[in-house]
Ligand binder design. Structure first.
Ligand code: CP3
Length: 345
């Protein structure tokens, strides 16, 4: 597999002495060049839909640091918008959406295959990137998992406990499941189009998977991810899929087998030694340095980075953070992390 990109080799199950490295939100507000381009675009959503500027911010962290992978610059909430939901961002607070809590709200949504007009600029960004990236850098596409996307569509915003989505699933299960199915169908088409445009792997972000217990986790986190993965594999058999059931805890065990994903991304609440024994045994894992180290830096960052690389050194591993890098991170600490991952060993 010598000629293949480092990220793709890890996803194919190869153990490497130096793991590939990239970061969630690597194109983000901690970088001065990102803030400048975002200002040029006007606002966050305009940046997402401007293919030239979205290409530019995706490339910025690749130029600055030489990561092994670039992740398409977009957002998981573009799918609800393409389905017809209202979406806007309140500076300093986060996303706001028109809510879907009644049958009438649901009936007003567009069919899954009507999303592509809205999302066409995103496919263009992927095409741009596919031609612009250095030859050894892999391109990652992504979408939100249906449960996580639904939590925003139902509440109309981010919530600490996903209460409104849990309430709807209990009070109107039929409507809740219809919404999840609509998002699932749209997500399959969306990711498939990203792959057609040049994404070499795709990641499914289930940021709120941890709030689903027992049977609900199987029905609303595992099953939609399994369905998306199976549909993608039938259309694009050679494209690996990364699943990120954040805060799944013990339910990380067997997630790859149950869903068919090629790699499981770990949040930083997971102990690396435990995950090496119970999750990495099924294939590639990604993670899981705490983002706080990117703010604090110092010897603790170096020690923890080394400990994670060592814990996962017996199998396929992609070095990453456990969640997105935060705006208050120091760009110098990112370089220190990368240098530590890539040091001779
Ligand atoms: C839940 C979620 C969202 N978006 C995303 C998730 C899942 C991952 C996670 O749990 O963080 C995923 C996402 N969002 C963004 C990407 C681009 C790729 C990357 O660099 O990782 C990805 C993969 C850009 C973004 N998405 C957002 C920003 C910051 C916007 C800005 O520039 O002002 C970026 C770079 C905004 C966003 N987008 C979302 C929220 C809640 C917010 C506001 C919070 C915040 O400001 O960080 C929804």
């Amino acid at each position: 597999m010598a000629g293949k990109k480092k990220l793709m080799r890890a996803l194919a199950g190869e153990t490497q002495a130096v793991p590939p490295v990239w970061m969630m939100r690597q194109a983000g507000r901690y970088l001065p060049e990102y803030r400048a381009t975002r200002e040029q675009a006007g606002d966050f959503l305009s940046l997402c839909y401007n293919s030239d500027l979205a290409t530019e911010v995706t490339l910025q962290p690749i130029r600055r640091y030489g990561f092994d992978a670039a992740i398409l610059f977009a957002d998981i909430l573009l799918v609800p918008q393409a389905l017809g939901a209202g979406l806007w961002f309140v500076t300093g607070e986060g996303p706001r959406l028109s809510t879907v809590t009644t049958q009438a709200d649901f009936d007003a949504l567009k069919p899954a295959d009507a999303i592509h007009d809205t999302l066409a600029p995103i496919y263009q960004t992927v095409r741009n990137l596919s031609g612009a990236l250095p030859g050894d850098v892999a391109l990652i596409g992504f979408a939100g998992a249906p449960w996580t996307v639904a939590t925003y569509m139902i509440a109309g915003r981010g919530t600490p406990d996903q209460g409104p989505a849990h309430a709807l699933r209990q009070e109107n299960t039929v409507l809740f499941e219809a919404l999840l199915d609509r998002i699932t169908d749209a997500t399959i088409d969306y990711l498939s189009m990203q792959i057609d445009a040049g994404a070499e792997t795709v990641k499914i972000f289930d940021s709120w998977a941890g709030s689903l217990d027992g049977e609900a986790f199987d029905k609303y986190a595992v099953e939609p991810c399994r369905r998306i993965t199976a549909a993608l594999k039938s259309r694009h058999p050679d494209v690996p899929v990364i699943g990120f059931p954040r805060e799944a805890g013990q339910k990380y065990v067997g997630f790859a087998r149950a869903t068919g994903v090629d790699c499981v991304a770990l949040d930083n609440s997971v102990d690396p030694a435990w995950a090496a024994a119970h999750v990495q045994c099924d294939g590639c894992v990604q993670g899981n340095l705490a983002s706080a180290h990117m703010v604090a830096g110092g010897q603790a960052l170096v020690d923890e980075t080394r400990a994670i690389v060592k814990a996962f050194s017996g199998g396929p591993h992609i070095f990453n953070l456990g969640h997105g890098i935060t705006p208050d991170a120091d760009p110098g600490n990112v370089q220190l992390m990368i240098d530590t991952v890539r040091e001779d060993r």
